[in-house]
Design a protein around this ligand. Structure first.
Ligand code: NAD
Length: 260
């Protein structure tokens, strides 16, 4: 098993992409930590994994809360002995033209995506360095780490920011065998996307079907959504890749939307 006994912390893993990665990691032999806002939701996902034969625990973690992140990672080390993989995945979306965007909303989105990535990276890097076994840090970027769309200023800014953070972590982490990479998915049908379809339809004055066909999937090669399973496969590959040959990079999984 590719990830046998690796301890993997996944933020935002009670839903969507993070949840699927958690299940795939457990199947690959990892001990999985479901870190999410609500302990109840995190524990419920961990229980589901345990019922299918995996090893998992739930942790309450608001990734913007420094004390909660540090305590959460300390609890993981106490329970499982180390941290080998971090998937910094927790995220939200806010749809608004810049001229109507409230400063509070700008700050809220940046805090979850960027403060969250920094705080979890710092706590996990400290644990990885102490453990002496290296590790993999994987950021959930987006095609919006490379491309822009209207109505998504804070999201596009945050997702571009993750590329910069990953490159610095790759450089600082190399001497301790800590690698950092970014996964950049296209649109995936999760609660985050289902919520924005009617919001975009309203703001753009078009139907929900048009949002899907002519906004979200317009630049794919085949008009298809990316799936949680597609993203989870890349996450398994990156966590299992054992050398610094692959670090500081981003991998786009998007049905051809944005070819580099
Ligand atoms: P989702 O809404 O299904 O899941 C997001 C999870 O993050 C939820 O469980 C939520 O509780 C958690 N979360 C939110 N704020 C948090 C906080 N402060 N602390 C801890 N957890 C928090 O969304 P998803 O689509 O699975 O998105 C996961 C990641 O993938 C996000 O970073 C998103 O930007 C990224 N992404 C999604 C898509 C897509 O099309 N769905 C595409 C590219 C990138």
């Amino acid at each position: 098993m590719l990830l046998k006994d690796k301890v993997a912390v996944i933020t935002g893993a009670a839903s969507g992409i993070g949840k699927e990665i958690a299940f795939e990691y457990a199947k690959a032999g990892a001990k999985v930590v479901i870190a999410d806002l609500s302990l109840e939701a995190a524990a419920a996902t961990a229980d589901e994994i345990v019922r299918t034969g995996g090893v998992a625990m739930g942790v309450a973690m608001n990734v913007t809360d420094e004390a909660q992140v540090d305590k959460g990672i300390a609890d993981v080390v106490a329970a499982y002995g180390s941290v080998d993989v971090l998937i910094s995945n927790a995220g939200i979306q806010i749809i608004s033209p810049i001229v109507d965007l409230r400063l509070d909303d700008w700050k809220k989105l940046l805090a979850i995506h960027l403060d969250g990535a920094f705080l979890t990276t710092r706590a996990c890097m400290r644990a990885m360095i102490k453990g002496g076994k290296g590790g993999a840090i994987i950021y959930m970027g987006s095609v919006h780490s490379h491309e822009a769309s209207p109505l998504k200023a804070p999201y596009v800014a945050a997702k571009h920011g993750l590329l910069g953070l990953a490159k610095v972590v790759a450089k600082e982490g190399a001497k301790d065998n800590i690698r950092a990479n970014v996964i950049c998915p296209g649109f995936v049908r999760t609660p985050l996307v289902d919520k924005q379809i009617p919001e975009q339809a309203k703001t753009l004055g078009i139907s929900e079907a048009d949002v899907i066909k002519n906004v979200m999937l317009k630049d794919t090669v085949d008009g298809e959504f990316t799936t949680v399973q597609d993203v989870a496969q890349i996450a398994v590959f990156l966590a299992g890749f054992a050398s610094n040959a692959l670090t500081g990079q981003s991998i786009t999984v998007s049905h051809g939307w944005h070819m580099q």
